[in-house]
Design a protein around this ligand. Structure first.
Ligand SMILES: *[C@@H]1O[C@H](CO)[C@@H](O)[C@H](O)[C@H]1NC(C)=O
Ligand SMILES: *[C@@H]1O[C@H](CO)[C@@H](O)[C@H](O)[C@H]1NC(C)=O
Ligand SMILES: *[C@@H]1O[C@H](CO)[C@@H](O)[C@H](O)[C@H]1NC(C)=O
Ligand SMILES: *[C@@H]1O[C@H](CO)[C@@H](O)[C@H](O)[C@H]1NC(C)=O
Length: 421
């Protein structure tokens, strides 16, 4: 009776087959071998291993045939191994255990490519370039009316899976199209903004701030007037204020009309124009100086000293004279108190001071001579000089012209008396 063959467990022993040989035991036990079964699937996508097995049959009930795999086979006869998928993806090189990948690829089988991912789109512009792998380049461009700023217009995917540079921005570059610059200013686009180059007289971001003060023409120059009268009518041209920007102007003046009757002295005439729209103002200021007519210089007497006021000489000159010691004026010549020159510009009583031409020691008689005060030393800082100055002040204060001392008290002092010898 034929024994039923028993399916044995497959042996999954490791590599390293042992020497095998057909033994008599195999015959006795009726050992029988199946064909190898199909290879297992490769255990790896690349550089993998696979195995296959086969079945062993034996007659179990024969004496001495122990029911075990080893009864009919050595360990390497039940299973078989081989390498499989001995290749690498993407041009990588296999060295049977592992892959060395081409730059830009990675993974045990070089099956993965370095990818930087989508660097992202930008507002108001385009991302150009659809591959994001190692070595790929994308560029950015902006829509018309926008300008690429910040960041970089071109980015490259690096080996570390990071894009070079940074994303740019598309800035609005057409701000001038809305005409923000006023008053004929020139507009220049700048990213997200504009710049105005103003024409004369305008300022501010939009050139809409009026920075012109009123303009002035026909402002009179200073007037110097001499007159024979105590007061005189002075006329002038009214200045013209205009505004090139045509804003209203308010003008104020310190004299109501373009004429005024001034006394002797110094006066200011002022016109002030202000633009209420911007508060800027322009002034026309000129002086009016009214003086009596100037006097011609009077002579210094021979052998004498001419003594005059040295203050406010443009209002009036009051002179007297001394003769040098032992000199006097000719017989009959009167020594007048003061020779005066005022507004008329001419001297009274005469415009000639008599000379001290007569030596007193030679006089036969003093009859008919007018003897006045004398001096001996006219040098600067001499006592005589000081005495003459003091004498002059005292004499003037007691004369008909004392008002000239009263009116200018501060200046009516000996130091301000001039002496010419
Ligand atoms: C300035 O004065 C002159 C002479 O009077 C006159 O002809 C001219 O029109 C004046 N200018 C202005 C801007 O008023
Ligand atoms: C006139 O104006 C000038 C300049 O502002 C000033 O120095 C002077 O004192 C003024 N004169 C008079 C008389 O007001
Ligand atoms: C008059 O005297 C005063 C004081 O000494 C001096 O400041 C002033 O300049 C003098 N004036 C003249 C016109 O000499
Ligand atoms: C006049 O006075 C000055 C100053 O006091 C003196 O130096 C000079 O010697 C005097 N002259 C005569 C001639 O006395």
């Amino acid at each position: 009776m034929k024994s039923i063959p028993w399916l044995l467990l497959l042996c999954l022993s490791l590599l390293g087959s042992t020497e095998c040989g057909i033994t008599s035991q195999w015959d006795e036990c009726g050992c029988r071998w199946d064909e190898w079964e199909a290879w297992s699937t490769c255990n790896s996508e690349c550089n993998g291993r696979r195995s296959r097995t086969r079945k062993v049959w034996l007659y179990k009930d024969k004496s001495g045939c122990y029911f075990a795999f080893s009864t009919c086979a050595t360990s390497d006869m039940g299973s078989d191994y081989s390498s499989c998928n001995t290749f690498c993806h993407n041009g990588g090189t296999s060295n049977s255990y592992s892959c060395s990948c081409v730059t830009g690829f990675y993974g045990a089988c070089c099956g993965f490519q370095v990818n930087c991912g989508n660097p992202g789109s930008i507002s108001n512009g385009n991302l150009n370039g659809g591959t994001f792998n190692y070595g790929s380049t994308v560029t950015y461009t902006c829509y018309s009316g926008y300008l690429l700023v910040d960041g970089t217009s071109s980015r490259k995917c690096e080996l570390n899976a990071i894009w070079s540079g940074t994303n740019p921005r598309c800035a609005y570059y057409n701000s001038c199209s809305s005409g923000p610059c006023k008053n004929r200013a020139t507009c220049t686009n700048i990213p997200d903004d504009y710049q105005c180059a103003c024409t004369h007289g305008w300022s501010g971001k939009n050139c809409d701030v009026d920075i012109l003060p009123p303009s002035l023409t026909n402002c009179s120059s200073d007037k110097y007037i001499t007159t024979t009268k105590l007061t005189d009518l002075v006329e002038w041209q009214i200045p013209t204020f205009t505004d090139p920007h045509d804003f209203p102007i308010d003008v104020t003046a310190n004299y109501l009309n373009n004429e005024f009757t001034f006394p002797w002295g110094d006066f200011n005439v002022s016109y002030s124009a202000v633009k209420p729209s911007n508060g800027l103002s322009t002034n026309c200021l000129f002086g009016v100086s009214l003086r009596p007519n100037p006097c011609t210089p009077i002579n210094v007497p021979v052998n004498g000293a001419l003594i005059c006021n040295n203050w406010k000489t443009d209002y009036g000159q009051f002179c007297t004279f001394f003769c040098k010691e032992s000199y006097t004026v000719p017989r009959g010549v009167i020594i007048d108190d003061f020779y005066v020159c005022g507004a008329s510009g001419s001297w009274t009583p005469t415009n000639i001071i008599p000379d001290c031409s007569v030596m007193v020691t030679n006089l036969q008689s003093t009859t008919g001579y007018n003897i006045g005060p004398t001096y001996s030393n006219c040098s600067e800082y001499s006592d005589n000089r000081r005495e003459m100055q003091e004498f002059y002040i005292e004499k003037l204060s007691q004369s008909d012209f004392s008002y000239f001392c009263e009116k200018f008290q501060e200046e009516c002092i000996p130091e301000n008396v001039s002496i010419q010898c």
